[in-house]
Ligand binder design. Sequence first.
Ligand code: SF4
Length: 287
Amino acid sequence: MKIEIDNGSGFCHGVVTAIHKAEEELAKGGPLYCLGDIVHNSREVERLSEMGLITIDHEQFNQLHDAKVLLRAHGEPPSTYETARKNHIEIIDATCPVVLKLQQRIHQAYDTKAGPETQIIIFGKNGHAEVLGLVGQTQGEAIVIESLEEAKLLDMNKSIRLYSQTTKSLDEFRQIVEYIRQHISPEATFTFSDTICRQVANRIPNIRRFASSHDLIFFVSGKKSSNGKILFHECLTVNPNTHFIDSVDDINWNLLQDVQSIGICGATSTPKWLMESIQKAIMQKIQ
Ligand code: SF4
């Protein structure tokens, strides 16, 4: 039986850099806190926690003083930097450069917009860390839409500046752009920035190819990963025998009957070592 790991799956640059920064800081000694899970993968969070990384939430962060805190690739709103300054917190900033650039664009659009008649719209998931960081660039004024259906509810008599969370689907973003273009009032203006990360978008054709070339697919991802949900759905579309697993413990071994080839793939937040450990476990099982 053939058991293959998808070469194109695994951490994106932003996550690799954040994890390297954490490991570098941990090697220096002393406590290191991380604001939120460093990556949406509980196995990797556990590995780093064993090395000493302490994950905290925003409430705990607000109580912290004179400490060192790593900001993950998703980025943070300006209020987090303000709290750090007040509480003498040293920030190790691992915000992904792609997210940072998007934050700056939105900030600039907010600073230069022509009053309340212009709406800043973010296509993203409400409450997602990256989206909170983006909305924070507009003093909380940006409107978040999660789908084309929600785009249809926007006020088309006001001008629109449209942005997207970096991990959203490019296809859906294009549909939203098209809808607004067709429905915006002639008195209003519409501009959009395609701010979807190609580290994610480019994985879709690759993972579809990979998933369709195997009898059975194990898609490995943390349940909280947005990108994981998108890529899993892509695999499922081309191969209905695709199964979402968080670790080897989730494998239904009965699925291995009557298959000749198994593919293992995952999200931008899935560690390579986890996919390798799953491959090893399957090989031991079938021997
Ligand atoms: S998916 Fe793209 S934007 Fe998000 S952390 Fe990775 S490289 Fe950065």
